[in-house]
Ligand binder design. Structure first.
Ligand code: COI
Length: 353
């Protein structure tokens, strides 16, 4: 891949001084791309097998050979993490090293060289810093950061690419889902299979679920819940998020056994739930448990912690508790409190830019 270059300085004039914001209607943020000023690009040839120093370039289109590994055979990974601006204007990242480690595991599965944890975190910091006028004001949303690891070198035969490109871009975002969440259990199409790529953030995992999402939305649902491909009996996850099912004081979530994405929000929710004294179970969760659950919520970087209003399974609609007096809400308050600085970060999860 080759990219346009520009003055690659995160300290240039267009990276802004404290308090200076881009001209945007901050109250109207959703989850759509708002192009920002810079992206970070770093390359690696197969012979070197490691990334050399990257650089910031203007955000925009990039050139890629039509025969590149990502365009032809989908050799690529994505990540997602967020930066939050606090009341005191400090900008904090949330557990970025976990995204770096997850990319490393994914890269091994997809036969790609990963950036080191330090290279990854440095790229994130530089990207956010260079675009900091686009980090929403406190309480108005966050900056979503999207790292990509791509097989970018040319080649026709099926096999690992000859060159790799790591890119990080960012966009200010608000809520992922609009309105209440009404889900439907998908009984024909599966997201992942044992031995497949469901447990990593492979780019190929996403377009393959569009059909299920599109059909569900056409019927008025907000999202689908996938079942395991092996038995069709257990809950796996929604299209972009992990699922938690609450019954009394017990919170259950499907165990990450290779077909389920090991979400960083999922992991953080489990850790917060322990601190708050809930019982947490990571196990197979039969779809029938939806029938007598009190609450269901989805978790993910993009969706944060999102209460589910209803799930429809085999034509039966089940409704759940939502709002202030719920387990999901208590966990949401603590987790988003840590992320945004409302709650002291005793976990050491936040990293200042
Ligand atoms: C995330 O939550 O960060 C995701 O990657 C989900 C999706 C927007 C692809």
């Amino acid at each position: 891949a080759s990219v346009q270059t520009c003055e690659p300085s995160p300290h240039s004039k267009s990276s802004n001084e404290k308090g200076e914001y881009a001209n945007l209607k901050w109250d109207e943020l959703g989850f759509g791309l708002i192009p920002t000023d810079y992206m970070y690009v770093m390359n690696c040839s197969k012979e070197e097998n490691s990334f050399s120093k990257g650089t910031l370039v203007q955000f925009g289109n990039m050139e890629m050979n039509p025969s590149s590994g990502i365009l032809n055979y989908g050799q690529g990974l994505l990540e997602g993490l967020k930066a939050y601006r606090r009341e005191d204007e400090r900008i904090m990242l949330f557990r970025p090293e976990l995204n770096a480690l997850r990319m490393k595991i994914g890269a091994e599965r997809m036969c790609m060289p990963p950036p080191t944890v330090d290279q990854f975190v440095d790229a994130i910091k530089q990207t956010v810093y260079a675009n900091k006028r686009w980090v929403p004001p406190p309480g108005k949303g966050s900056m979503y950061i999207r790292p990509l690891l791509l097989g970018s070198g040319p080649g026709l035969g099926v096999g690992p690419a000859s060159e790799y490109t790591f890119i990080t871009y960012a966009s200010p975002v608000g809520n992922y889902h609009k309105g209440t969440l009404n889900l439907v259990v998908e009984e024909k199409l599966y997201r992942a299979t044992p031995g497949g790529t469901g447990g990593i953030k492979a780019i190929i995992n996403y377009a393959s679920i569009y059909k299920a999402i599109t059909e569900a939305k056409a019927k008025g649902f907000s999202d689908v819940l996938f079942l395991d491909a092996k038995t069709g009996k257990n809950l796996e996850e929604a299209s972009t998020s992990n699922i938690f099912v609450v019954k009394g004081n017990v919170i259950s979530t499907p165990a990450t056994d290779g077909t389920i994405l090991p979400g960083i929000t999922r992991k953080s929710v489990i850790e917060v739930a322990h601190v708050l004294g809930y019982q947490i179970e990571e196990r197979s969760v039969p779809v029938e448990e939806l029938f007598d659950a009190d609450e269901v919520f989805l978790t993910g970087t993009a969706v944060v912690i999102n209460p589910v209003n209803s799930v429809t399974y085999q034509g039966k609609r089940i409704e759940y508790k939502k709002g202030a007096d719920t387990v999901g809400h208590n966990i949401y308050e603590m987790l988003t409190g840590i992320q945004t600085g409302r709650v002291e970060d005793k976990m050491g999860w936040t990293l200042e830019l």
